[in-house]
Design a protein around this ligand. Structure first.
Ligand SMILES: [Zn+2]
Length: 118
């Protein structure tokens, strides 16, 4: 196990391309958090990754049971936090996505209101 110099802990190795593809195939290229279909378009496919449910930084294992297909935005939102379970992580990610969506919609759909505030 290599040493993570940001936390000085021993962490599992990142997944290889072959391991990533096996997880993406198993999960049918669908983000296990938001449901984004990685096969629906080239752009969606480009942002598909493999997520360590228990992060490597928290000693999460490179085991298929700990790996899920995940889009980059969900992976970024989930971060390196520890969750009680996959469902807890999913609940957190989906709630945060909803907050971000509302903030984005408020900005994009009401640009005049935002310009007035500036
Ligand atoms: Zn997602």
């Amino acid at each position: 196990m290599p040493l993570d110099i940001t936390t000085f802990t021993l962490v599992d190795k990142p997944t290889t391309l072959k391991e990533n593809l096996a997880i993406l195939e198993r999960d049918e290229y669908r983000c296990q958090y938001c449901g984004l279909d990685g096969k629906a378009s080239f752009e969606n496919g480009l942002i598909m990754r493999t997520d360590f449910v228990v992060p490597r930084a928290k000693k999460g294992k490179k085991d298929p049971k700990n790996l899920v297909a995940c889009c980059v935005p969900c992976n970024t939102i989930k971060g390196k936090k520890m969750y009680k379970s996959f469902n807890d992580a999913k609940e957190f990610v989906l709630a945060r996505r909803m907050e971000l969506r509302r903030a984005w919609e408020a900005k994009v759909q009401h640009p005049a209101a935002n310009a007035a505030k500036a």
